[in-house]
Ligand binder design. Structure first.
Ligand SMILES: *Cc1c(COP(=O)(O)O)cnc(C)c1O
Length: 400
């Protein structure tokens, strides 16, 4: 268990408001902030100006960070490209692979529950004449492997894009099985792993992943930094999104931000070192949350597969309740209905609808995201408040 977790578990009074939205973003770990700070001031060099020691110092820090990122996913550091985040990584992977000059297949297969940036990248390619296949998921949110195999056997496909873990319902996909299926057919496999990296084990070799997207701010690093893993053997070819100075081996032009690169590296190193213990701690907290809730409130629906999911995620439906109204009753809890990108919209989550949930239940579902700084006291307080709010809204007299 990490030091912060030890501290938070010893605390019995939660600090309000309680943050329960770790799938939207995470606080930057103080250890990450400490690692990055010197690269703003005394170690400010341009990592591409290697004719002098200022530049070489920054370049060495960037390369050390690249190694830390690679290590977390079983990659070689030469396979890591720094980007501004998972949105850029997903755009670069999907558009880059399909727009590559030598590519003749021009077909991409992805899923209805993917993040908007994947769906919109695919849609853009559709406008460019690429065949886009959007597959459904099973009612538990998982990929149907037989359906994927059948779809790939229909026609030559360039790339399959499947997220490693869903940002709303937390389900973790069978990546190794998907990877094997793609590799056997010579199809590139891209995974948006923004939610999975650092939370569940990812190994690009064992899982036969060719491209993988990482986001800093989902793993206790800062916003504005991410990475794309790009397989070297066999080499994956991409058309870059940006024209410029050909940094990052020509794949991503633009001056790298050494403080952000160092931060991502440190976040990956911490996540790797603490993953097993932290996952066990979060699983326990999550199960405590779910148990507490189901004991106190009748008719609670868990959306998404219960087993194959992130240790820190619950997505819970309360039949007969409006999710917006429920959140309005809970000012002390920072909770959301679903994805941060669509939470301003009034329509029910497209991810929940893709599971076949009726509008009424999709509208009455909330996402609970626990993370590194969540304590047992936070969970108990949140369950208590949530229970009272649900009872109030259902008009039931408070029971003993
Ligand atoms: C957060 C998230 C993204 C976007 O990442 P940014 O780094 O914020 O651009 C993409 N995909 C998933 C699954 C996410 O959770």
């Amino acid at each position: 268990m990490n030091d912060v977790a030890k501290q938070t578990d010893g605390r019995n009074q939660p600090t309000l408001p309680i943050y329960l939205d770790y799938q939207a973003t995470t606080p930057t770990d103080p250890r990450v902030v400490a690692a990055m700070l010197p690269y703003f001031t005394e170690k400010f060099g341009n990592p591409h100006s290697t004719s002098h020691s200022h530049g070489r110092e920054a370049a060495a820090a960037v390369e050390a960070a690249r190694h830390q990122v690679a290590r977390l996913i079983g990659a070689d550091e030469r396979e890591i490209v720094f980007t501004s985040g998972a949105t850029e990584s997903n755009n670069l992977a999907i558009k880059g692979a399909l727009r590559f000059k030598g590519e003749t297949r021009r077909r991409v297969v992805t899923y209805v529950t993917e993040h908007k940036c994947v769906l919109e990248s695919a849609r853009r390619l559709g406008e460019e004449g690429v065949e886009v296949v959007l597959l459904p998921v099973s009612p538990d949110g998982l990929v149907d492997l037989d359906l994927l195999a059948r779809t790939l056997d229909e026609r030559p496909t360039t790339l399959v894009s499947v997220m490693a873990a869903n940002n709303e319902i937390g389900v973790v996909q069978p990546l190794a099985e998907i990877g094997a299926l793609c590799r056997a057919r010579g199809v590139l496999f891209h995974s948006d792993a923004a939610q999975a990296v650092g939370k569940v084990p990812i190994d690009v070799e064992a899982m036969k992943i060719d491209l993988l997207s990482i986001s800093g701010h989902k793993i206790y690093g800062p916003k504005g930094i991410g990475a794309l893993y790009l397989r070297r053997r066999p080499r994956v070819r991409l058309e870059p999104l940006f024209d410029g100075g050909a940094q990052e081996r020509g794949i991503r032009s633009g001056t790298l931000a050494p403080p952000l690169c160092v931060a991502l590296g440190e976040a990956c190193a911490i996540a790797g070192a603490e993953m097993a213990a932290e996952a066990a701690r979060l699983r326990q907290l999550r199960d405590r949350f779910y148990r507490g809730l189901t004991r106190a409130v009748p008719e609670v629906v868990l959306n998404g597969d219960p087993e194959h999911r992130l240790p820190g995620n619950l997505n819970i439906g309360f039949p007969g309740i409006d999710g917006q109204a429920l959140l309005a009753e809970l000012p002390e809890l920072s909770l959301s209905l679903g994805s941060a990108c669509t939470s301003a919209a009034v329509e029910p989550s497209y991810v929940l609808k893709a599971l076949g949930l009726p509008d009424a239940l999709a509208n009455g579902s909330i996402r609970i995201g626990l993370g590194r700084f969540t304590s047992e006291a936070d969970v108990d307080f949140a369950v208590d408040r949530l229970t009272s709010a649900v009872r109030r809204l259902r008009g039931a007299a408070p029971s003993a």
